[in-house]
Write a protein that binds this ligand. Structure first.
Ligand SMILES: Nc1ncnc2c1ncn2[C@@H]1O[C@H](COP(=O)(O)OP(=O)(O)OP(=O)(O)O)[C@@H](O)[C@H]1O
Ligand SMILES: [Mg+2]
Length: 376
């Protein structure tokens, strides 16, 4: 596999060490739901391979939380010019939607999964934004990768470091289960984003994680913790937003790894849970209500999905509590307009297959734990 930096059977030293005479190695993690990057200098890597830096200053705004990654969300102007990415794009689009000014913009989210399983993806492939407006996929991926690249330089500049693009080895991670055409599409988008082909390596996401594990002390010894012994066989399961990627490796000597089983997985990421929640709503209130709600009350729809994201993360499979998510009153308004019944009556309908499993209390939809686990 020429396009990935790791061969199929015996994997080389960690991605970060492949910089050669480059001063910095930068790894771009383009995720389905969240994206970010990590970097290390070649000299740091030689002394402390686990000394890797990330941008810890992505700020969601709302709750003021700082995180290592930012949402994979791209906002373009009506003239197809870059406007914002990540939390900034989410917040700006929600604000524009409140004033009804969002309709001409291009708003893309969760577009990485469009490449999954599409063997015919090519440079003229089109993808649709949230409102159905088409644009070349290459442009959308180019803008996203360029944003991450520019953000890295911005951070270096803030630290007073004057590193040139030619002094950097870039790595772009891709799901292990992607087909070759999706991988070469990503490579093309990175080149369009201003990364020189000779300075770019693609790396499989779970393999990159596996290589990092070589440098993290996890084995208990009498004197503390140490890195795993040569001969250790292990499985890495990367549960992402779009895909679950699984690899099984054996640790060899001299920092090498052997592939015990071919990388596998499927489209079983966290976004499938979000989709399951939307499908549940569609079954209760009907598709036209959800479509109209998304279109006419975009800001409320986005807020509801943000609330769902927060609630989803607090679900504890070992606790017998029900799942609560706040639903905006405008959803009930659209229900009434489309069906003459409000949300509460639709949920409580006698013949509903969800009788007893769902209820509405004040502004919350309460989902019985078992039903929520089924969605998972
Ligand atoms: N505590 C949690 N419980 C359930 N789901 C969670 C939790 N924390 C995060 N998630 C989900 O995990 C996903 C984000 O994981 P991650 O950042 O690894 O994905 P990604 O890199 O964007 O996607 P991929 O690697 O598949 O392209 C989101 O769908 C998020 O809702
Ligand atoms: Mg990921």
């Amino acid at each position: 596999m020429q396009q990935t930096c790791l061969s199929n059977h015996v994997l080389g030293k960690a991605t970060m060490a492949r910089g050669g005479d480059h001063i910095f190695s930068v790894a771009l993690d383009f995720g389905t739901t969240y994206s970010g990057f990590a970097y290390s200098s070649t000299s740091d890597f030689q002394n402390r391979p686990d000394k890797i830096y990330t941008n810890e200053a992505w700020n969601s705004g709302g709750q003021g939380l700082l995180s290592h990654k930012t949402p994979t969300v791209l906002l373009l102007t009506s003239n197809k010019k870059f406007e914002a990415f990540g939390y900034e794009a989410e917040n700006l689009y929600a604000d524009l939607a409140l004033d009804g000014l969002h309709k001409d913009r291009y708003y893309f989210r969760r577009y990485k999964m469009k490449l999954h399983g599409d063997k015919r993806i090519h440079e003229n492939t089109m993808i649709e934004d949230e409102s159905g407006k088409p644009l070349p996929a290459l442009l959308v991926f180019k803008f996203s990768i360029k944003y991450l690249k520019d953000k890295f330089f911005e951070i270096l500049n803030k630290q007073g470091l004057d590193i040139k693009n030619s002094e950097i080895m870039w790595t772009l991670t891709v799901p292990a289960i992607w087909c070759e055409s999706a991988k070469s599409f990503m490579r093309k988008a990175a080149v369009e984003a201003g990364i020189c082909c000779e300075q770019l390596k693609l790396s499989l996401e779970p393999e990159a994680a596996s290589l990092l594990c070589q440098h993290i002390p996890i084995e208990k010894t009498e004197t503390g913790l140490s890195v795993a012994d040569v001969g250790t066989k292990y499985m890495v399961i990367d549960l992402g937003g779009g895909t679950a990627d699984i690899t099984v490796h054996e640790k060899l000597s001299h920092g090498k790894l052997k592939e015990i089983h071919k990388a596998s997985g499927g489209p079983w990421g966290g976004t499938a849970v979000d989709e399951g929640f939307i499908q549940l709503l569609v079954r209760i209130v009907g598709g036209p209500v959800i479509t109209r709600f998304r279109k006419e009350f975009t800001a409320d729809y986005l807020e509801m999905m943000r609330e769902f994201e927060v609630s989803k993360r607090t679900l504890d499979p070992h606790k017998d509590s029900s799942f609560k998510v706040r639903v905006p009153p405008t959803l009930s308004q659209v229900c009434e307009a489309e069906t003459d019944e409000d949300l509460s009556s639709l949920v409580n309908e006698k013949n509903s297959p969800y009788a007893g499993k769902l209820r509405v209390m004040a502004d919350k939809l309460i989902i019985e734990r078992k039903l929520m686990m089924e969605i998972f």
